[in-house]
Design a protein around this ligand. Structure first.
Ligand SMILES: [Zn+2]
Length: 298
């Protein structure tokens, strides 16, 4: 089921561009709409997909390829910034059958569709490594007639200009709270979701994890007035959880007045911590600095 985005669903079937760029906040439904679009392109009856013809019953799987960043590095370590690697876009040069190699875009798109249109989704176009982006560019320049490509990214500015210039942007807005309220009426949960249906579903599916995340974030915000040591302790607990820093950023926005200097500093501190972690600065150092900066705000 697709929540909201009715104007986009109306518009998409009429677009002729072979490459689309879906932008918008994470969890707002960009990938769900991409799957719906692929289903409609291949449905015997066209749009909206009927759900019962041969292609629809296949669940678009045969003519649909989704590429997303890999969270693990080659050495098997969890990467702090996941990346789409060259091997996911193009076959390795001069390799026979490579062990453990997944599907790549170039090989997959070279054969005809089983039904009507092959759809490739690059979910995380802003996380394409440079070699991967260059390889993808070759496809975007001359895609086969039977192919459509969908790039997904938070904002067009985060994607390489060479890719953006060859695609048509379709912008997704955060969902209005009234729509999300059809899924949950919990005010904490709706504040956490901030227009993202993905986050609502995650919180509903993982109530214990969600409770931990909000509880530990409350802990950090309460600790701010007690000084850096307490803040650091609370931060360490919070940062054990996935997605904690972005959520802390959103909560700090609510804790300080939007026009106040504290608000700007709080957001800047969180953004710097995120950048530092992405740049492999030691976690302890990042946490200590962040605790210091945040506790000075109160
Ligand atoms: Zn159908």
């Amino acid at each position: 089921m697709i929540l909201g985005h009715s104007r986009i669903l109306e518009l998409l079937p009429r677009l002729k561009a072979q490459t689309l760029l879906f932008t918008g906040p994470e969890g707002v439904g960009r990938r769900t709409v991409a799957r719906w679009f692929a289903a409609g392109l291949n449905c015997e009856g066209g749009f909206p997909p009927c759900g019962s013809c041969s292609s629809c019953r296949q669940g678009v799987l045969s003519d649909y390829l989704e590429i997303s960043p890999e969270a693990e590095t080659k050495s098997g370590k969890k990467a702090r910034v996941p990346q789409i690697r060259l091997e996911q876009i193009a076959p390795r040069p001069a390799s026979g059958q490579t062990e453990g190699a997944g599907e790549n875009v170039l090989d997959w798109i070279a054969t005809y569709p089983r039904y009507k249109i092959k759809v490739v989704v690059i979910d995380g176009a802003h996380l394409l490594g440079e070699p991967a982006a260059n390889a993808l560019l070759k496809v975007l320049e001359e895609p086969p007639m039977y192919a459509r490509l969908i790039l997904i990214a938070p904002e067009r500015e985060t994607v390489l200009p060479t890719l953006v210039s060859r695609s048509l942007e379709v912008a997704f807005a955060p969902l209005p709270e009234a729509l999300l309220r059809t899924l949950s009426s919990d005010p904490d949960l709706l504040a956490f979701a901030e227009g993202s249906v993905g986050r609502v579903r995650w919180a509903l599916d993982n109530p214990a994890e969600f409770g931990k995340l909000t509880g530990r974030t409350d802990g950090v915000i309460e600790a701010l007035s007690s000084g850096p040591a307490q803040t650091l302790e609370a931060l360490k607990l919070l940062l054990e959880l996935d997605g904690a820093l972005p959520y802390l950023g959103r909560r700090l926005r609510q804790a300080f007045a939007p026009q106040s200097p504290q608000y700007a500093q709080a957001l800047q501190s969180v953004a710097q911590a995120q950048d530092a972690l992405a740049a492999y600065v030691g976690e302890d150092l990042v946490q200590t600095l962040l605790a210091l900066r945040l506790s000075r705000l109160r």
